[in-house]
Write a new protein. Structure first.
Length: 356
């Protein structure tokens, strides 16, 4: 199937320079494609760019065949139904010929099958009973929209561009538009918010500033794919948030542990235990190396080396370990008596420093 329309990396901007969407790539054949997006997303601007009424910001647009456009009708309608259908002049030529006033040029320009095609088109849009000479101001907005659809049918383009074709239409008008699209054999690009109409589409094109997406099928298929994508995005966001919270909790716990360690260290240093701990560490080294603290009697040093917890010089060793020193007497060594607080009377008597 050859492509009637090819969009290659098309980007469009609003009149004030705001980017509407970018990098739209699409090939459209004899199929119906719905265009959806929020108001102001660029749906109408895209149809105008394809029709050659606006220039893309970047990218290229290639069209094969004839294009017929149906834009949203606005403003005061002027003329008659034949003017909106685009058949006023050809029908006037036929009328002159029927009255016997036709010229050779009229006979050359006459389209004898036009009345039949007009009747068929008006029948398809539900306005077969309306006269072509009826003033447009007497038509409602929905009826004028159906007249515009009938004009598209008369022109028989290869690709039709419909911008909100069911706006201001009653139920009968919506049904007429739906029936016309169902029987259309060319390509159709339809920008609409009408879900019932979009359900007839072969594909749905969604445009937005954050990107473009094409989904196969009608509105229900598009809605299912959109909801699934939203669920996946929400789950990913929840996982990311959970990971972020877990990282914050771990960092807070680490900070609290460090703060407790810092506080314990300050309290430990202020209590003087740090100096005792340093001495205990030094005694452990001396004990592992079997080196006795200097300044002690040999026998006492040997005794201290055999203790489970060697003592710092100056501590009350005899009071802490009386069962080891109570009945012992040691040679009077002055540094020993000054560094060890003796509690044994016998040891004190043997010390010249105490006896002095």
């Amino acid at each position: 199937m050859s492509a009637l329309l090819t969009l290659d990396a098309v980007s469009l901007s609003s009149p004030d320079g705001r980017l509407l969407f970018s990098d739209l790539t699409l090939a459209l054949g004899r199929e119906r494609v719905g265009v959806v997006g929020r108001n102001g997303a660029g749906k109408s601007t895209l149809l105008k760019a394809i029709a050659g009424e606006a220039k893309p910001r970047s990218g290229s647009i290639a069209v094969t065949g004839r294009i017929g456009s149906l834009h949203q009708l606005s403003g005061e309608a002027k003329g008659c139904a034949a003017d909106l259908l685009g058949v006023a002049q050809p029908m006037t030529v036929l009328e002159r010929i029927e009255r016997g006033q036709g010229t050779a040029e009229d006979f050359a320009r006459a389209d004898w099958g036009l009345p039949g095609r007009v009747h068929e088109a008006m029948e398809k849009v539900g306005l077969v009973s309306e006269g072509l000479d009826r003033d447009l101001s007497t038509f409602s907005g929905g009826e004028r929209m159906r007249l515009a659809l009938a004009r598209l049918l008369l022109e028989e383009p290869d690709l039709i561009l419909l911008d909100e074709p069911t706006n201001d239409l009653d139920a009968q008008g919506r049904q007429a538009v739906s029936a016309m699209l169902a029987s259309w054999r060319g390509g159709a690009l339809v920008a609409s918010h009408d879900r019932a109409l979009l359900e007839q589409m072969d594909r749905i094109l969604e445009i937005s500033p954050i990107g473009v997406r094409v989904t196969g099928g009608g509105w229900s298929a598009y809605e299912a794919a959109r909801d699934a994508a939203r669920d996946r995005a929400e789950q990913a966001a929840q996982r990311a948030e959970s990971g972020y919270r877990a990282a914050n909790r771990a960092a807070q716990s680490a900070r609290e542990r460090q703060a407790r360690r810092d506080s314990d260290g300050r309290n430990y240093a202020a209590s003087g235990s740090a100096r005792r701990s340093q001495w205990v560490s030094r005694r452990g080294v001396l004990r592992r190396q079997r080196v006795a603290p200097s300044g002690l009697p040999p026998v006492l040093s040997a005794r201290l080396m055999r203790l489970a917890k060697p003592l710092k010089p100056g501590s009350n060793a005899l009071r802490r370990y009386p069962f080891r020193f109570r009945h012992r007497s040691y040679p009077p060594v002055e540094p020993c008596c000054r560094s060890i607080k003796w509690c044994s009377r016998q040891a004190a008597n043997a010390c010249s420093a105490h006896s002095a």
